[in-house]
Structure formats: C-alpha cells, structure tokens
Write a protein that binds this ligand. Structure first.
Ligand SMILES: O=C(CO)COP(=O)(O)O
Length: 246
C-alpha cells in the first residue's frame, strides 16, 4: 500500500554525545525535505539546541505537571525549549527503572495532552521471541497505551524496538519487522479511524546499510536510531534512505 504520511527518522543519543558533537550537528546536518528528522538528546542539551534542519526530542518525561519529583522533567519545561517529541517506554527505562505498561501509558497520555508527540516504544526480549509469544507481549504493551490514549491517537508514533536487536548489531530482518508492524497497525485500527496515518517506526541496530530495505516494507514508516545517530554521516545516510522512499 502507498504510504500516505511523512516518514520519520529519530535519533536517540541515549547518554552519549557532548557539546562539540551537538554543535557539529547544528552547523552541518543536511536538510531532508520529505521526512521528519528528530534528535532525542540528553535533557541537558535540549536547551542548547535549535535547528531548522531537525526537531528536538527528549528521551523521557514525567507525567506529573510539577511538584516534588526530584530529577524529573515536566512536559511544560520541555515545551519551553520547543521540544515537541518525547520517547516514552524505551526498553532500557522499562528494564532499569521498572517502568510498567501503566506508567508508559500515563506518560504517552500526558505527552498527547500537552500537544506533543510521544514516540512510544514497544518490543519483546529474546526469550519471548524464542517462545513464540511476540504478539501477546507486544499486544499487551500496546493495549495499555491504546486504553489511555483512545480517541486522541492522531499524534502518536509507535516505535517497534525488539530488545534483542538493540545495540547488538543483530537487526530484525525486514520480514520480521514488517510482520510485527502489520500486527501493531491492525491492533490500532480497532481504536482509530485511520491507523494508516499513525507512524510505526522500527528501532534496533538500524544502520546506513540496512535502512533502505527496512523502509521498503509497507508498514515501516521510519526508524528510531541509537548508535548510528551519533555519527552525522551514518545518521544522514539513514535519513537520505527515508527521504528517497516513495
Ligand atoms: O534503542 C535504540 C533506539 O532507541 C536502538 O539502538 P541501536 O540503534 O544502537 O540498536
């Protein structure tokens, strides 16, 4: 099916990078007219960054508006710096900070209510893939988000990031990724009028070598890129592959 929306390529710097790198991206990152390019930065760097050539995203947020939440950052604060995209439910946060499906769903809802765009990460660990229950596992992650965001999902972006593919160099094959993306779209279609307008991006060892074949899949609408987003050349080559996707 013809894709009827702009592809998105988002970089997730995680806890990497420095001001020198950031200034290089700000100075020299090329323009890609046909896609949305986002850099999700460590929060300290968000205030340092504005660029006509890419948008800024955060890697997490609080679902509280303000108050006694030491270390957290609110969506209002992020919006003050024109930070309109927020990753929620990354598997690293789910695993290391015990973020449950319910917490992730609350964050996604808060981001949408704030008029920003949540990049909601879902994806199974290896043992779940090995025991054949990927759809049950991802379906449960998705249902929590659908339940809390029902009726307001237009701005939602889902990132399918199989945990076993993150930072391992072991990308899902285009067919494996497409199968789960199609499942996600089907699930979304029960709760929104046009699931084809919702972007579902793939993450997990995306590189300039494998991006084009992933983007050729009918339900892959872009990428959430970790390691390869730290080098301007590889990240811009991935953006180019999306930009040229018809
Ligand atoms: O976790 C990821 C993006 O959020 C993917 O990381 P890698 O691209 O380094 O595998």
């Amino acid at each position: 099916m013809q894709k009827n929306k702009r592809m998105m390529v988002a970089g997730n710097w995680k806890m990497n990078g420095n001001l020198t790198m950031l200034h290089q991206f700000k100075r020299s990152f090329p323009v890609f007219e046909n896609i949305d390019v986002v850099l999700c930065l460590p929060s300290l760097y968000i205030s340092e960054t504005s660029s006509a050539n890419f948008s800024i995203g955060a890697q997490d947020c609080s679902y509280y508006e303000s108050g006694a939440h030491t270390g957290d950052i609110s969506l209002t604060m992020l919006a003050e710096f024109d930070c309109k995209y927020v990753i929620v439910g990354h598997s690293e946060r789910r695993a290391r900070y015990n973020e449950s499906n319910e917490i992730v769903a609350k964050k996604a809802k808060a981001v949408l209510e704030n008029g920003s765009v949540p990049l909601v990460c879902v994806g199974e660990p290896l043992e779940v893939r090995d025991n054949g229950s990927v759809f049950d596992y991802v379906g449960e992650q998705l249902d929590a988000v659908i339940e809390s965001c029902k009726g307001a999902m237009d701005n939602l972006v889902i990132a399918y990031e199989p945990v076993w593919a993150i930072g391992t160099g072991k990308t899902a094959t285009p067919e494996q990724a497409q199968e789960v993306h199609a499942f996600i779209r089907e699930r979304l279609s029960k709760y929104c009028d046009d699931s084809h307008s919702i972007r579902i991006v793939y993450g997990g060892s995306v590189s300039d070598k494998n991006a084009a074949e992933l983007f050729a899949q009918p339900d892959i609408d872009g990428a959430l890129v970790g390691g390869a987003s730290l080098k301007m050349d590889s990240f811009s080559d991935i953006c180019l592959a999306a930009n040229e996707r018809k």
